[in-house]
Design a protein around this ligand. Structure first.
Ligand SMILES: [Zn+2]
Length: 205
C-alpha cells in the first residue's frame, strides 16, 4: 500500500463524523451496502469488498458542487458583441434515475455593464451539474445565474446531452441527444442576434 493509499485508508477510518459539506460517509457506505444486499448482490468476494465505499465516494464527488470565485468586472472597454464559450463538457446525474447524463453546454452573453472571466462560464456549468439534475433546470439555472450576476443585454444557454437512462435501459435510444435552451434579453427578442449565437455554436435548433 502506498503512503497516500495508507493516508486515505486512515482518513476513512477516522471520518466517523460529518465533514464540512455535511456528508455522512459511513451512513452513505452502509446504505450502498444495504442496497446491494437487498438486491441479492453477494459482496463477500474480495473484489467487491471495497465497492460500497467506492460507490459512496463516487456519489459524493458527483453531488458536491465545486465552489468557484464568481468575481465580475466592469466592462471598461465597452465590449458589446457576443461572448461565447462553446462545447463545455459536463456530466451530471439525472434526477429520476441517478444515472449520468453528459454532453456539452454552449454558454453566451451579450455584455452590459459587467463581464466575467472566460473560464467562469465553464465553472458555472460544472457548479450546477453537481446535483441530481433535470437538463431543463440545469440550462435555466446557468442562464439565470448570468442574468442575475451580470445583468447582461442577453443570455443564451444551449445544452446537448445523452442520458444513460435512455441509452442503457428503457427505450435504449443510444446516440439520441436531448437539446435544451434558455434565451433571455436580446438573444430571445432579436432574431439576428439569436441566429448569430446559434450559428456560432453550430446548431440550427
Ligand atoms: Zn433518468
Amino acid at each position: 500500500m502506498s503512503p497516500i493509499q495508507e493516508l486515505n485508508e486512515h482518513r476513512n477510518a477516522i471520518s466517523i463524523v460529518e465533514d464540512d459539506a455535511g456528508i455522512d460517509r459511513p451512513r452513505a457506505q452502509a446504505a450502498i451496502r444495504e442496497l446491494f444486499e437487498a438486491l441479492r448482490v453477494d459482496l463477500s468476494s474480495p473484489d467487491l469488498h471495497d465497492t460500497p465505499r467506492r460507490v459512496a465516494a463516487m456519489y459524493e464527488e458527483l453531488l458536491t458542487p465545486k465552489d468557484f470565485n464568481p468575481t465580475t468586472f466592469p466592462n471598461d472597454d465597452g465590449y458589446d458583441e457576443l461572448v461565447l464559450s462553446k462545447d463545455i463538457p459536463f456530466t451530471s446525474l439525472c434526477a429520476h434515475h441517478a444515472l449520468p447524463f453528459s454532453g456539452v453546454a454552449h454558454v453566451g452573453y451579450l455584455p452590459g455593464e459587467r463581464i466575467l472571466g472566460l473560464s467562469k462560464l465553464a465553472r458555472i456549468v460544472h457548479y450546477y451539474s453537481r446535483s441530481l439534475q433535470v437538463q431543463e433546470r440545469l440550462t435555466k439555472q446557468v442562464a439565470d445565474w448570468l442574468d442575475r450576476e451580470l445583468a447582461p443585454r442577453g443570455v443564451g444557454v444551449v445544452i446537448e446531452a445523452e442520458h444513460m437512462c435512455m441509452t442503457i435501459r428503457g427505450v435504449h435510444a443510444a446516440g439520441s441527444k436531448t437539446v435544451t435552451s434558455t434565451m433571455y434579453g436580446l438573444l430571445r427578442e432579436r432574431v439576428a442576434t439569436r441566429q448569430e449565437f446559434l450559428s456560432l455554436i453550430g446548431t440550427s435548433s
